[in-house]
Design a protein around this ligand. Sequence first.
Ligand code: AR6
Length: 175
Amino acid sequence: MTALTLTQGDITRVSADAIVNAANSSLLGGGGVDGAIHRRGGPAILADCRRLRAGHYGKGLPTGQAVATTAGELDARWVIHTVGPRYSQQEDRSELLASCYRASLRVADELGARTVAFPAVSAGIYGWPMDDAARIAVETVRSTRTAVEEVRFVLFDERSHEAFAARLRTTSRDS
Ligand code: AR6
């Protein structure tokens, strides 16, 4: 069974087999956690992303999908880039957000990653309400079959850490 753990802090300081990036379709960097990962991980990550754009992902990485690159100078073997949906009040995009977690774990399994660190995908610049983002993250990881032994949610601040902690307390293991 996969252990779900929580840490408050900067995901670029975490040690894990794979660190998940809340990227955008371009794969060419941005703000938030994406900017932090490229800054601390160094240019090797962007070089890999450019290769992906020149090859299979010429049109970019679609929302809800995931792809791996080197982790550069981060304390990890891979960065798994996933593209979360922008929050919309008009349209329910929860399935796309759940897909980010499933697709990232699928890539992690393909790589043989045993420990994977996730940020709160879509809950920053893409505007997803934190409590709902936490619910989708926890429910999806709990219900996904994976060989990953530990999924660690790394939350930047106390408020997001508490949202995930509350969700871990209330979501039953077999949901
Ligand atoms: N470690 C952990 N969590 C972080 C860090 C960090 N170093 N930095 C920010 N967060 P966001 P999104 C939290 O905006 O909403 C980028 O420009 C942050 O507080 O990084 O999926 C991309 O290129 C929030 O709770 O990602 C896309 O264009 C969570 O990580 C767009 O932003 C996600 O916030 C993606 O937006």
